[in-house]
Write a protein that binds this ligand. Structure first.
Ligand SMILES: Cc1cc2nc3c(=O)[nH]c(=O)nc-3n(C[C@H](O)[C@H](O)[C@H](O)COP(=O)(O)OP(=O)(O)OC[C@H]3O[C@@H](n4cnc5c(N)ncnc54)[C@H](O)[C@@H]3O)c2cc1C
Length: 429
């Protein structure tokens, strides 16, 4: 296995590469790995450090169950990628199994509905009866009716994963530049010809934007109205504890998964807040359905973020400093009240967590689209420009596969799974 090394900023930018990738999250880095393996000369430009935003802040679930059926093939392909990556470098990937617990018959019926729609059957993805579920859980003060369970789902460590995949990309010939914001793209003869970075211009034939929460701002400056908003989500980590729970679970009012360091990552689906901002007002008609659908899990809030966003220019000159340099890393404060609630629910549900202590809390900004599905697509109006963004809170698990599919798109190969549902044209041209 390869050891994980420090990836340091290389001040010497190349004059030219074939493909420039904007964003060193799991999507951009996985795309770089796939392109490098195809023999393409590829460079990643990251304004902060590898995985510094969503990709290192998430729960670490590698999940197929409960997904939109349209993402299922990508999730199945991703499971293969994770196994292969873990065999080459330690990213903390483990097939622990993952269960959505059902508190009553109604929830069991919803889980059954997902199984029917997904076509999943057999021993690996199924409903667990009350008695079967009891074998996976420590003693519980609550009665569960059963669970939706997948034996092939699991977890990886977000703080290790993207950096580990970056090591593989470097070993395959990709270049990675940290602390190097891309201000915009240059065009010539009607197509992409270069990326303009804060350290100079790099000519290229194709550009992939994997900018996470920043993709809308970047696209907007090139007159592409990509409808993407940010959702604030909080997470906590416990100190190591022997709580006798190995499977990752969603208990409704808490989620919990075991970490490689012996602690647990805890949160809850309802720990997300959508701050009202000028963009959310602009996009309100597009997002109304999503907000109504997610109202059980998402709180709308009006406050400082509205005025903070007003200070960020929507159009800017790419010859000078841009917002991508002013805001190196999105590092919002955690909502500790919500996290304490999740922790208390976990403790009340499983006495084996009674002595668990909180070691750390953090938060991240999730990039969401109106239909909760990502965009993995050509940008038709700008030949040579590709977009991989809007993973709507589930891009870590499918990240390695999504990046590889983006790479297929760039090289003109048949994509390993169908991506018609992820076209940008469903929102704008
Ligand atoms: C709290 C939380 C919990 C989550 N839990 C899960 C989970 O359990 N399972 C799951 O599958 N998903 C989960 N997600 C979602 C998942 O983390 C994301 O979908 C995924 O990491 C997105 O990867 P990305 O590469 O698109 O974006 P990011 O990781 O956000 O990376 C984008 C990168 O682009 C860089 N960038 C942007 N603009 C520029 C520019 N102009 N120049 C240079 N660099 C730029 C940014 O600095 C950033 O590093 C969660 C997310 C959060 C926040």
């Amino acid at each position: 296995m390869l050891p994980i090394q420090e990836i340091t900023f290389k001040p010497e930018l190349p004059k030219q590469v074939s493909v420039a990738i904007i964003g060193g999250g799991i999507i951009g880095i996985s795309c770089a790995l796939a392109l490098a393996r195809k023999g393409v000369d590829v460079a990643v430009f990251e304004k902060g450090t590898i995985g510094c935003e969503q990709s290192s802040r998430n729960w670490g679930w590698v999940r197929s169950i409960g997904r939109d059926i349209k993402e299922l093939q990508l999730a199945i392909l991703a499971n293969e990628f994770w196994q292969s990556i873990q065999s080459q470098i330690d990213v903390g990937y483990r097939m622990t199994g993952l269960a959505y617990l059902a508190k009553d018959e109604l929830e069991m019926a919803l889980h059954q509905k997902w199984i029917d729609a997904s076509g999943a059957s057999g021993a690996r993805v199924r409903l667990l009866s009350r008695a079967e579920l009891a074998r996976f859980l420590p003693q519980s003060s609550r009665t569960w009716d059963g669970a939706l369970y997948s034996a092939i789902d699991g977890v990886a460590e977000p703080t290790m994963a993207t950096r580990g995949i970056a090591e593989l990309a470097l070993a395959n010939g990709a270049s990675i530049f940290e602390h190097c914001a891309v201000r915009g793209i240059d065009m010539s003869a009607g197509r992409v010809s270069a990326v303009v970075t804060e350290h100079g211009v790099v000519k290229c034939a194709d550009v992939v934007l994997a900018g996470g929460a920043w993709s809308r701002l970047f696209c907007g400056n090139h007159a592409i109205d990509f409808p993407q908003l940010k959702v604030h989500a909080s997470v906590l980590q416990t100190a190591p504890i022997d709580a006798k729970l190995d499977v990752a679970i969603n208990g409704g009012d808490f989620t919990c998964r075991k970490r490689c360091d012996g602690g647990y990552t805890v949160s809850k689906l309802g720990a997300s807040v959508a701050d009202l901002t000028p963009d959310s007002i602009r996009l309100s008609t597009k997002f109304l359905r999503a907000w109504l659908k997610e109202r059980k899990y998402l709180r709308l809030r009006f406050g400082r973020p509205f005025f903070d966003e007003l200070k960020i220019p929507r159009r800017f000159n790419i010859d000078g400093p841009t917002p991508f340099e002013s805001y190196r890393v999105l590092d919002p404060e955690a909502n500790n009240g919500m996290l304490n609630d999740a922790m208390n629910c976990l403790k009340q549900t499983f006495p084996s967590f009674a002595n668990a202590t909180i070691a750390r809390t953090w938060a991240g900004m999730i990039d969401v689209t109106p239909d909760g599905l990502p965009v993995i697509s050509r940008v038709e109006r700008i030949p040579g420009f590709y977009l991989g963004s809007g993973f709507s809170g589930h891009g870590f698990g499918i990240g390695p596969a999504a990046g590889a599919v983006l790479a297929d798109l760039v090289t003109g190969d048949r994509t390993q799974v169908g991506i018609e549902d992820f076209a940008l044209s469903r929102f704008c041209s």
